[in-house]
Design a protein around this ligand. Structure first.
Ligand SMILES: C[S@@+](CC[C@H](N)C(=O)[O-])C[C@H]1O[C@@H](n2cnc3c(N)ncnc32)[C@H](O)[C@@H]1O
Length: 270
């Protein structure tokens, strides 16, 4: 990192440190780790046909008549966020990003085709992925979303924007739980019942991703789906795939090859 970029990135962290030293000191090592991680993958590990694979694995038709609808939904979400003075896309929540269109498409179709009663996600920020889940649950007229989120640990000015993309109409099917996933997920898992869809989009370190996946796997219903964002910087998803042959895994890249997510479908659906 060149000295100018370092100074630009360090300044808000130092300001935050002055306001809340304990929170910043606790968060910094993992925040740093997730940004500096090395990819365990090669480009050939990512499937160009991931969307079709996902549909095949959950027993849904392909081409999918519902797949394109997510574009209109994302346009609505973008307009809502813009009306609230918020950006959409990459690095619009500190250095975190809204879920990319590929992940949103996977979420949309997974909810429509798996028809889960229980969805759990980690990582809300603006709530783009939350809104996509909730709109699909509304279409199914069934299911509930539990979302765990630790608002940006290094920038408290963003905290008021949490869930900004989620409309009032969607909120009856939504429970928002604030805190670190390593603390919030185990009691939720103990209470929520069988999970049909789990979405990870919180702290993207190997340790946290693997921890969340193991938690979700302990209550995953046969044929359930996990969508695990930002797998390019660590080997957490790969470790889970090796440990759990009962899951079929597929990797999806964004079109610009900068980001990517993993799909893990419980074998009962394959
Ligand atoms: C990539 S953003 C989520 C984007 C969101 N899924 C969307 O589509 O708009 C990551 C979120 O996870 C939160 N986060 C960071 N560390 C966390 C942790 N340990 N547990 C839970 N959430 C965490 C961040 O503050 C941020 O709100």
């Amino acid at each position: 990192m060149n000295p100018r970029t370092l100074a630009r990135e360090a300044a808000p962290i130092l300001r935050e440190f002055a306001a809340s030293p304990v929170r910043v000191v606790r968060a910094l090592p993992d925040e740093w780790r997730q940004r500096r991680g090395k990819s365990p993958w090669t480009e050939s590990d990512f499937s160009d046909d991931w969307y079709e694979h996902l549909h095949r694995l959950v027993g849904a038709p392909w081409p999918c008549p519902d797949a394109e609808q997510v574009r209109g939904l994302l346009a609505d979400i973008g307009a809502l966020l813009a009306a609230k003075g918020l950006g959409t896309g990459r690095h619009t929540y500190g250095w975190y990003s809204d879920a990319e269109i590929e992940l949103c498409g996977a979420i949309w179709c997974a909810v429509l085709h798996v028809r889960p009663d229980v969805v759990i996600e980690t990582g809300v920020a603006h709530g783009v992925s939350s809104r996509v889940v909730l709109e699909a649950l509304a279409r199914n007229d069934r299911g509930h979303l539990w979302s765990i989120d630790l608002p940006h640990p290094l920038n408290h000015k963003l905290h008021g924007t949490t869930g900004a993309a989620v409309t009032d109409a969607c909120r009856p099917r939504w429970t928002y739980l604030e805190g670190e996933s390593k603390r919030m997920l185990p009691p939720l898992i103990a209470e929520a019942g069988e999970v049909g869809l789990f979405v990870h989009d919180s702290l993207h370190t190997a340790r946290n991703t693997l921890f969340e996946m193991e938690q979700a796997a302990s209550v995953m219903r046969p044929g359930g789906v996990m969508l695990i964002d930002d797998i390019r910087g660590h080997d957490g998803f790969a470790t889970f795939a090796k440990r759990h042959p009962e899951y079929t895994t597929v990797l999806c890249s964004t079109a610009d090859r900068m980001a990517g997510f993993g799909i893990a479908v419980h074998a009962a659906a394959a």
